[in-house]
Design a protein around this ligand. Structure first.
Ligand code: NDP
Ligand code: MG
Length: 382
């Protein structure tokens, strides 16, 4: 039996993780669940899976569930302080919190030498050095859940280090929109993704192509490849989840349906492959696959991620923090769609590429970058 801690259980990835667990009740059990605002769903999940502990880091949600879940024999906690104690019997930590909020619990798990199935790319973008240090020092492991990185991981397993990574991108809902129409994009337009059904923040990131930018940085962290060897390819069918190219020019790809339950299941069962119980890929029905160069000038967020990698140090963390703020402001209709990348670029310019050595230092930079980005959103800096 593999005991799993699901951090971000109430989100899109978290819920799909529990669906995978439901498919294989004799293989997987839930020891820890963590949620934030969605108390109703977290309550149902806790009563269904009966974990040892539930972490609720939002104060109001914690208050609303504490008595009932405690009475049901479940330990209920409101901060990550005691996470380490409850990870002792856990085999895999599924990291599906969105945003930089996932950094702290991920580092706690890695410092216990745990295997982390990581969906939360922002942790690798913002805290890549701290994660690398924890991996080297405590012997834990990260198995990527992000579909592209799962694809690359699966290609690499048999074959070692490639010459190049070909990272596929759906291109988002606006990939065919004329440049002059992009300025008028509203949250409702951006929230409908053509091929993937995901949480709100990552859906906006997909529309700006910042998601692909974050994934370039994620790939650098996961696979020890420099940014210039990671090529983004727009592939609108989202069937090829990514590819690697060897020194002889041969390309190896991983293909599948656009269903996150597959990379989640792969990460949970690794190194085994489980019999598939979800819809299978029908290539004859799909017929044709397309590949194209990204529209770099119309979607500048992608290039900002390469710039952040070039500058190094805290700049990827600044990019991530500014982007989280800008996406939130766009969803609240305080700034326009094209302003998201401008806010990120201007915030990045305000910081020097220094390094950080501790989580506390990183959190201070993250807070400073958020404050700066918010000021820029308010119109002061643009
Ligand atoms: P969702 O927004 O659907 O879910 C986010 C989860 O994190 C929820 O459980 C939410 O709790 C919790 N959460 C949010 N803020 C906090 C916080 N401050 N402290 C603790 N918990 C918090 O996101 P997704 O599931 O779509 O994405 C999760 C991560 O996986 C992201 O990093 C994303 O980039 C990555 N990812 C997602 C993919 C997808 O298909 N969805 C694909 C590849 C990667 P609550 O709902 O209770 O408020
Ligand atoms: Mg992805």
């Amino acid at each position: 039996m593999t005991n799993i801690a699901v951090l971000g259980a109430t989100g899109s990835i978290g819920q799909q993780t529990l669906q995978v667990v439901d498919e294989h009740p004799s293989l997987f059990s839930i020891s820890v669940l963590a949620g934030y605002h969605n108390g109703a769903l977290l309550r149902d999940q806790a009563l269904k899976y009966r974990p040892q502990a539930v972490f609720i880091t939002d104060a109001a949600t914690y208050k609303s569930l504490q008595a009932e879940l405690t009475q049901a024999g479940i330990t209920v906690l409101d901060s990550w302080d005691q996470l380490a104690a409850f990870l002792a019997d856990v085999d895999i930590v599924l990291g599906a919190i969105s945003g930089a909020a996932g950094i702290e619990p991920t580092l706690i798990a890695l410092k216990l030498g745990k295997t982390v199935a990581l969906a939360n790319k922002e942790t690798l973008v913002a805290a890549g050095d701290l994660v690398a240090e924890a991996l080297a020092k405590y012997g834990g492991r990260i198995i990527p859940v992000d579909s592209e990185h799962s694809a690359i991981f699966q290609c690499l397993e048999a074959n070692g280090q490639p010459a190049k990574i070909l990272l596929t991108a759906s291109g988002g809902p606006f990939r065919h929109w004329a440049k002059d129409k992009l300025v008028g994009i509203r949250p409702a337009d951006a929230l409908s993704h053509p091929t993937w059904d995901m949480g709100r923040k990552i859906t906006i990131d997909s529309a700006t192509l910042m998601n692909k930018g974050l994934e370039v940085i994620e790939a650098v962290r996961l696979f020890d490849m420099p940014g210039e060897k990671i090529q983004v390819l727009v592939h609108e069918e989202s069937v090829v989840h990514s590819m690697v190219q060897w020194v002889d020019g041969t390309v190896m790809a991983q293909l599948g349906t656009a269903d996150m339950r597959l990379p989640i299941q792969y990460a949970l069962a690794w190194p085994k492959r489980l019999e598939n119980t979800f819809p299978t890929l029908d290539l004859a029905a799909i017929g044709t696959l397309h590949f194209a160069e990204p529209r770099w000038e119309d979607f500048p967020a992608l290039n900002l991620a390469y710039k952040a990698l070039d500058r190094g140090g805290i700049i990827p963390a600044v990019l991530n923090a500014a982007n989280e703020v800008a996406v939130d402001q766009f969803l609240k209709e305080k700034i326009g769609f094209l302003t998201i990348a401008e806010v990120v670029a201007t915030t990045m310019q305000a910081f020097q590429a220094e390094g950080v050595e501790s989580l506390a230092q990183l959190q201070a930079i993250d807070a400073e970058a958020r404050a700066k980005a918010l000021t820029i959103c308010a119109g002061d800096g643009l």
